[in-house]
Ligand binder design. Sequence first.
Ligand code: DGJ
Length: 392
Amino acid sequence: MKMKCGVLVVVQVMLFFTSCGFTGSKKIEINQYNQSFKPGEVWLDNDSVHINAHGGGILFHDGVYYWFGEHKTSGQDGFVSLFGISCYSSKDLYNWTNEGIALSNEEDPESEITRGCVMERPKVIFNKATKQFVMWFHLELKGRGYEAARTAVAVSDKITGPYTFVKSYRPNANTWPENFDEENKVGITQWNKDWWTDEWRNEVDNGLFVRRDFKGGQMSRDMTLFVDDDEKAYLVYSSEENLTIHIAELNKNYTGFTGKWVRAFPGDHNEAPAIFKYAGKYYMITSGCTGWAPNKARMSVANAVLGPWKMIGNPCVGADADITFHSQSTFVLPVNNMDGTFIFMGDRWKPENQRDSRYIWLPIVFNNDKPEIRWMDEWDLSFFSLEINNLN
Ligand code: DGJ
């Protein structure tokens, strides 16, 4: 009941401020005024332009939401990064101000983030000790397709940027995962026979690709960040040819690794990880691997962020639940950091015109401890107080 009242007050205060055209102390000119979420529709920012922050994540800081995402361009090649990582800000989650490019592509052809590389799934976290904002993203080097499979880090003293690129690499070179049997630390490092056979699958489970990439670092593609209540942060990424999720602890300033990491779901082909914590449990939503085409989402649960993780099935319910309502997970947003109010954020990719990719934001509801996501054509934040009321 306490939670319900809190949500209502917050929503009312937000609506009061936004209806006056104020966000905090700053008055802004708003050309577009949204009062609800309309999943899958064009989402106009305060300049009446479709929001350009795909594969993104949100950081709530000092009462403002900051949405970081991939800046896509029109056409089939729009997945290539020509500008960089976008940032938008909002006080109410419906109306977003374009804060510009937070991390820019560089003109220098030698730079790892030169125009024409691929920068995906950026997430930003705040380090309370260093007071720095730290951005991690998936980087593919220009002209090399998706083979580089690197993670990349950038930092800024100001949340909206500009961020300074630090480096990109394959993480956790020369360290074994914590949940790796001693006998697997030696063995096959190259597979010269057919893939997808039972024999191959067995070797993958036993760490074939971990051994192959031991010296050079582990592949890192789709990713997310998670900061736990104890301020420890983790990079969660799709590794081993997208076959296995890795969860790696970040160091104290969040710009590197401690060397403590685990594997989850070896060989099960998970992408697009998004993590959240509720009532002492950790939940992870992932997708399967079908390129830009949608597939069935997967939900897993653990008692600790480093696992062990257990699959509990598809969180989506209803029509089109088997293709995540034509979307792929990117982030789960705890609204106002209030317990139990989570928004699933997904991307409805448009590979024929990436700039037109859409956003699928839907509330997560706990049904007997199992998080569920149901389609809604339109909804607003009052949904959470209703749901909490119903479940209590
Ligand atoms: C699926 C991933 O989730 C996306 O981020 C992107 O990397 C595409 N694959 C590329 O095909």
